[in-house]
Design a binder for this molecule. Structure first.
Ligand code: FES
Ligand code: FES
Length: 209
């Protein structure tokens, strides 16, 4: 798979689906082994290190600031960013890893925040669109999106900006249209802004920032 499409592989190696599938498989395997070993009772097969359903303490590094929080292990990173952190740039649209509106960076790589658990982000570097720039002090990619008219309703825009910014950061001035297209391939835009998004990414790259 292309290295320019970061979400082809799951950066953490763990999605909600994989987590639940993995937990089920691990519990089943554990039950079999323990039963064979010692004729264990059913109550002995509860997996160790179970978290929740109550809240657990985590420390997140979001846009360079340390945040100590109490969150439920079932909460996605997207939910944690929007509430309680009030970072509403990443948008909940499909909530199932298909539209890209919730894209943020986890350890400098784009991920769908709706497919990452908040507890998975503990100790890792999270960057949201608010971390790139603010309306008063926009980053180069944000300014170029405006200059190139790369948004209409704006719902996909924060996620699109995060993907385009990653492509610029990764390839610099040498960014090609194919590389920009691959980086943004996981972001859907119902308004059809794709040509302008690609122009913005390439213009930003050529500016060298
Ligand atoms: S809301 Fe996360 S991919 Fe659509
Ligand atoms: S600008 Fe409307 S969905 Fe992309």
């Amino acid at each position: 798979m292309s290295d320019d499409s970061p979400r082809d592989d799951k950066p953490s190696g763990l999605t909600r689906r994989a987590l639940f599938k993995g937990a089920g498989a691990a519990a089943a395997a554990g039950a079999v082994f323990r039963s064979i070993e010692a004729g264990a009772k059913e109550s002995d097969t509860v997996p160790a290190n179970v978290q929740g359903p109550g809240t657990v303490p985590v420390e997140l590094d979001v846009n360079g600031a340390k945040k100590k929080l109490e969150i439920e292990p079932r909460q996605t990173l997207l939910e944690v960013l929007r509430l309680p952190l009030d970072l509403t740039g990443a948008k909940p649209v499909c909530d199932r890893g298909t539209c890209g509106a919730c894209t943020v960076w986890l350890d400098e790589k784009p991920v769908y925040a709706c497919t990452v658990l908040g507890v998975e982000a503990a100790g890792r570097k999270v960057t949201t669109v608010e971390g790139l720039g603010t309306p008063e002090a926009m980053s180069s990619i944000q300014k170029t999106f405006v200059a190139e008219d790369a948004l209409q309703c704006g719902f996909c825009t924060p996620g699109m900006v995060m993907s385009a910014a990653w492509a610029v950061k990764k390839h610099g001035k040498d960014l090609t249209e194919d590389q920009a297209r691959a980086a943004c391939a996981g972001n859907l835009c119902r308004c059809g802004t794709y040509p302008h998004v690609l122009k913005a990414a390439l213009a930003c790259a050529r500016k060298g920032s």
